[in-house]
Write a protein that binds this ligand. Structure first.
Ligand code: ZN
Length: 255
């Protein structure tokens, strides 16, 4: 039986490319190597039940959706393991519903199971994902992943930008898959706040017009194309070592 007094809810956050999925997989691996039962869950259904990192590792995962009761899910596995489940590792936790984050807090407090949640902090609109906001509010430990990515201007990249056909946009659904079925190609880029803000302002101005006057992409902007979700090792990243990859993409749920 786990020691109920010591389990913690930990939230690790970072931009795209900060290695969140890689670290989630590392913790999952280390715990299992140590003989500890560990559950890996993710909200991204395009992973088809696996969490993968562009660094080449992956592991089976339970894919959840917004309707699922995470406390009940974890408790069921805990009981199946005769009360020996040690930890739950949560990938893409920015997409969890706030009430699901509260269920994770109950997993810690009532079942004595460790929870390690990994996620993006802010959307392409520069505001917190609801799930990440709840994690910030409830977590015992909040930790920013320190793998740094750089904006093309050289400053530290802190913001996630969405680009449609290479142009930063500000309006749209929180989750959008790369292939929208039309002519538009959706990609994501890492930027510093200054570049992100100027791109957003341009997008806002342009949206006042009738869709005719589209802004041109800032010259030389490097775009992290996360639309190819094939092999985790596919595609060169402009941010060497930053772990930018499909695992950290913001994508839609299907359907
Ligand atoms: Zn910049």
């Amino acid at each position: 039986m786990a020691d109920r007094s010591s389990a913690l809810l930990r939230f690790f956050f970072g931009t795209m490319g900060s290695g969140k999925s890689t670290q989630a997989l590392q913790i999952h691996h280390n715990l299992r190597q140590g003989g500890l039962a560990c559950l890996l869950i993710s909200q991204l259904d395009r992973t088809h039940g696996r969490v993968s990192s562009r660094l080449g590792v992956s592991a089976d995962a339970i894919v959840i959706d917004p309707s699922m009761d995470l406390f009940a899910l974890v408790r069921r596995h805990h009981e199946d393991l005769d009360g020996e489940l040690h930890a739950v590792v949560c990938d893409e936790s920015q997409f969890y519903e706030p009430h699901q984050v509260e269920q994770l807090a109950r997993v810690v407090d009532e079942l004595g199971i460790e929870v390690y949640a990994f996620g993006l902090l802010t959307t392409f609109q520069g505001v917190m994902f609801p799930g990440s906001a709840r994690l910030m509010e409830l977590a015992d430990v909040r930790s920013e992943l320190q793998v740094e990515a750089r904006c093309l201007c050289g400053a530290r990249a802190t913001h996630n930008a969405r680009l449609v056909n290479g142009v930063q946009v500000y309006d749209g659904e929180m989750k959008v898959v790369g292939d929208t079925g039309g002519e538009a190609t959706v990609t994501y880029a890492l930027m510093c706040r200054r570049c992100w803000t100027s791109g957003r302002d341009l997008a806002r101005q342009t949206s006042l017009f009738d869709g005719e006057a589209r802004p041109t992409a800032p010259a030389g902007r490097i775009v992290v194309d996360l639309t190819d979700s094939g092999s985790p090792t596919d595609g060169a990243s402009p941010f060497d070592g930053a772990g930018t990859g499909p695992d950290d993409a913001v994508v839609s749920s299907s359907g």
